[in-house]
Design a binder for this molecule. Sequence first.
Ligand code: G
Ligand code: G
Ligand code: MN
Ligand code: NA
Length: 253
Amino acid sequence: APSVEELEAAIGDKKLFLVYQPQLDLESGSIIGVEALVRWQDSERGVLYPDSFIPLAEQSGLMVPMTWCILELALKQQAEWQAMGWKLDIAINVPAELVKAESVLQTFDQLTRKHHSALDRITLELTESAGIECLAYARHVLEALLERGCQLALDDFGTGYSSMIQLHRLPFSKLKIDRSFVSLIDQDQAAHAITLSIIDLGKRLGLTVIAEGIETQAQQRLLREAKCPLGQGYFISRPLTAEAFNAWFSHRM
Ligand code: G
Ligand code: G
Ligand code: MN
Ligand code: NA
């Protein structure tokens, strides 16, 4: 298993890279953006997946520096797409620690200015907001990000960490339906009913709903019929390297 020192070096030496999973407008069929997912290119071990180093980052206080590194990689890529004439939203996964960090807004502003980022095309996806909901500071940070035009998504909705209480207490603008429901909607009546209710809940709260984990055509069709605005999943595309995404997207346009 990788050590803390190796992870620290990987963050510093930019050995982390991002893959991008397309997000689809289910009604129009156009690609509106991507979710960025982190990978670690290790010289000896090959490509490492987040499950093998995020717990280590959490234990060693490296989540915040790692997330800034990820945000910067994402903003650089988005600027490249912008220069190619591609306007794509980019979503990154943000841990609760980042929202609690002291200079979060200064660092965020510094990075987005440096890359001339369009703030309204950045989504921050939060899952484990357990523990931040009672902090006035976290609310202040999230509200300030929304004022800048960013989107805030509650990720993995329907699982233990992402519950109604989070939705009620924090100012989200997007809701991601967890793939454990989405990937069963064409087989399981309860999963279908739960998914429809989440879509309805999102609409009532004025949130943009995105279904993650779409794996079949039947699932995509059912979501479209249910007027779920956005979708993501292996049926649309697996997460792709920047190079593979560029080829895929130019072919598709
Ligand atoms: O593709 P996938 O194996 O990337 O991701 C596995 C898990 O790791 C998911 O829960 C996903 O949200 C998380 N994850 C992927 N990329 C990132 C990232 O850049 N930052 C954080 N904090 N979590 C990530
Ligand atoms: O927790 P988060 O939603 O950020 O994690 C995204 C994770 O879901 C990544 O590991 C990504 O590779 C994975 N993923 C994306 N699409 C699908 C899908 O259609 N099916 C499954 N099983 N996993 C998916
Ligand atoms: Mn996510
Ligand atoms: Na998710």
